[in-house]
Design a protein around this ligand. Structure first.
Ligand SMILES: C[S@@+](CC[C@H](N)C(=O)[O-])C[C@H]1O[C@@H](n2cnc3c(N)ncnc32)[C@H](O)[C@@H]1O
Length: 231
């Protein structure tokens, strides 16, 4: 991950000289989600959607052409990282080290502890179709560790931070996890937004709370349910 992480830092810092880095990072997440919206997983062709295009155009408005090339390069680095080091969490690492620096308790669990917890909770789930939830998922690194053990389960993440929910969504998509991310308060069940990811052959699909398996808690039950974090 180190080379790709250093490349991501260098790349986003170019934009951070002209713009607020936290906004740049959040806009990168939005652009990534818009770029893979309703995208056929195999052909990578995208279904046209006016609301998604409007969001994308609004997001890129403050930037110049050369800035957009830098965003594209950053998205490319994220994709290369998945090829070289699948299930690693470049986004969460950047977020912790360069954006929040631990504010709001947003220190994520170190990767080897994620792997240990995933192994303890999910190591015995050798079959497929189990449902694994992290109700305070941050960038979804624990779910990535669970997917590393067995990819053929369903993964569910919720977080009340918009940036975290978007990092989790992109991490799901890029690493091929099938499931759902909810931007919601897991204690009060207040809902802000959500996405189904890699379901029905489509990339990232925004959902309403009535379509959310996490919010409605009325999924067609599939085998075992595991909760990953201690929340
Ligand atoms: C310490 S981080 C852990 C993230 C992840 N589970 C991990 O182990 O790396 C805690 C996360 O909980 C989220 N959080 C805090 N209160 C929450 C709530 N009421 N509902 C959903 N998420 C919450 C924060 O935004 C933060 O991302």
């Amino acid at each position: 991950m180190t080379n790709h992480f250093n490349d991501l830092v260098k790349t986003l810092n170019q934009l951070g000289r002209k713009h607020d880095l936290a906004k740049v990072f959040n806009d990168l997440l939005t652009m990534g989600i818009c770029s893979f919206h309703r995208t056929n997983i195999l052909s990578r062709l995208q279904e046209k959607d006016e609301a998604n295009e409007a969001l994308y155009m609004e997001t890129i408005k403050p930037y110049e052409r050369e800035d957009l090339d830098i965003f594209a390069a950053a998205l490319g680095i994220l994709q290369l990282n998945v090829l070289d080091d699948p299930y690693s969490d470049l986004l969460g690492e950047f977020f912790m080290q360069h954006i929040t620096k631990g504010q709001n308790g947003q220190y994520f669990t170190p990767p080897h502890i994620c792997e240990l917890m995933a192994e303890m909770q999910c190591g015995n789930l050798e079959d497929e179709g189990n449902r694994i939830l992290d109700p305070a998922c941050g960038s979804a690194r624990m779910l990535l560790s669970a997917a590393k053990i067995n990819h053929r389960n369903y993964f569910f993440g919720a977080d009340n931070s918009n940036s975290c929910a978007k990092m989790a969504t992109l991490n799901f998509f890029l690493n091929g996890l099938n499931g759902e991310v909810a931007w919601m308060n897991s204690l009060t069940m207040e809902w802000y937004g959500g996405w189904k990811i890699n379901s029905n052959g489509l990339g990232i699909l925004p959902i309403e709370k009535e379509q959310s398996e996490i919010w409605t808690d009325a999924p067609p039950k599939k085998k075992t349910e595991q909760q990953l974090s201690l929340f």
